[in-house]
Design a protein around this ligand. Sequence first.
Ligand code: 2F8
Ligand code: CA
Length: 307
Amino acid sequence: MENSDISKNLLKGFKGTYNELICQDDFSTDGHPLPNRQDQQQVSLGMLSALLLVVDIGLGVQYSKVSEKYGPLYQNLTHISSELEHLRATHSNMIHAKEEALTVLQKELQKVNKTSGQLGSAKHTGMELQRQVESLQGQKMALQSSVNEFVESCGRCLPGWKLLNSVCYYFPLSNSIPLKTWDRSRDSCIKKGADLAIINSEEKQEFINKAIQALRYSSGSWHLTGFWIGLKEEEDKEGTWAWLDGTKLTQGYWADGEPNDDMNNEDCAAIYSKNHPKASWDAMKTWNDAPCRYALKWICEMKAKAA
Ligand code: 2F8
Ligand code: CA
């Protein structure tokens, strides 16, 4: 029989007994049961008690069956709930730990960024200082050489000028100084209170050759290493060379084959630091005639101060 049927039958019996006991009109007008019904009521109450006992036992049996069936499930459920709780707590701890780790990481990243910024600026400063040191070293060397020249010339020449006997010479050797035509070169010397150099002795030729050696091995072709000197063909007198002081050329230090008045257009003289293409190096054969409008370096000279 189904549990619901048992319950229905029990309820029916209970209702019947109850009706018998309570609902029958066996009371006197003052509400007291009539004496001839008292025994019957006691029997009925006994039966009701027995019935309740049976119901109680039935429920107990049902309860034990339900407990038997669902008890392990309940235990599992309790176990799973506690594990779930434990997992939730672990998860929350992990999230908390992750957030803390993220905060630490962000702080470390900020430090790294700051340090790398400082490193970059220190590197920049270091490079800038290195550049300044190199530039100062260059300036120091230039000053040192000026001082040396000044000492060598016993204070008789301007800084950067070289003394030979009583004459000071200027050689614009630096690459930063632009080349000039013969006329412009002369103007540049005149602005310094000097004029283009006159090389009228072997001693001067040797001295000047030595001074311009810095350009001897420079790149570029031979004819770009020339320096204008104060020697020019006289006006309308082809083949007659004269110095700027008006004296005629007596001894020239021409390269082999020069002066050749190439293209009938070479009226100014220059001294060269590189080999003439037609000859091997000879310090006494370094002149060439070239077009006066050609751009070259130049050599100035001026009288030295009295000793
Ligand atoms: O070969 C000698 C010749 O070399 C050059 O001309 C190719 C020179 N020209 C200049 O320097 C402009 C000539 O003067 C020189 O005679
Ligand atoms: Ca020539």
